[in-house]
Design a protein around this ligand. Structure first.
Ligand code: MN
Length: 191
């Protein structure tokens, strides 16, 4: 049995980057539906007690889609904070080694989000050597299926931004940097 995660901030806390209305639909309706579907699909099966990452790696079809969307949204909603601190530490040094500057990294990440055709997610992930990768994953995709550790993600499904930004996906993605919790991304990298 899977439960919906609680948001680690109040519904208004991320405004104006993400409105309380968007959060109420995105978390309360979209994620809740993925959790409900996942519970229906796993009830009485061996998947019922597996970690989400294992289900995503081992499943296909509706189960893969719903488990993937729960995993993705859990990582998405817990990576934001109304009081972000600057990036620091090992992850920032690796970003600077690979991209030169944090701004150059952000530019490529945003661009990969803008150019992802249709619904999906842009991800920052780390391989076994700690090398970072930016990937475009369609629909419910997560870089765990590449053997990578997922670190940071921007949701480019229209439900993530349409109420606040309508068709302006690029403006939404650019604004998200204001609320990224780099301490959390760093924790994921060092885990
Ligand atoms: Mn979403």
């Amino acid at each position: 049995m899977f439960s919906i995660i609680a948001l680690p901030y109040t519904p208004e806390a991320l405004e104006p980057v993400i409105s309380a209305q968007t959060l109420s639909y995105h978390h309360g309706k979209h994620l809740q539906a993925y959790v409900d579907n996942l519970n229906k699909l796993t009830a009485g099966t061996a998947f019922d007690t597996l970690p989400l990452e294992e289900i995503v790696k081992q499943s296909t079809g509706a189960l893969y889609n719903n488990a993937g969307q729960v995993l993705n949204h859990n990582l998405y909603f817990t990576q934001f904070t109304p009081n972000p601190e600057e990036s620091s530490g090992k992850l920032l040094r690796q970003i600077e080694k690979q991209w030169g500057t944090l701004d150059a990294f952000k530019a490529e990440f945003e661009s990969k989000g803008v150019t992802l055709f249709g619904s999906g997610w842009v991800w920052l992930s780390a391989d076994e050597e700690g090398t970072l990768h930016i990937t475009q994953e369609p629909n419910a995709g997560n870089p765990v299926t590449r053997g990578h550790k997922p670190l940071l993600t921007f949701d480019v499904w229209e439900h993530a931004y349409y109420l606040d930004y309508q068709n302006r996906r690029a403006a939404h993605l650019q604004a998200l940097w204001q609320i990224v919790n780099w301490q959390e991304i760093e924790r994921r990298y060092n885990r």
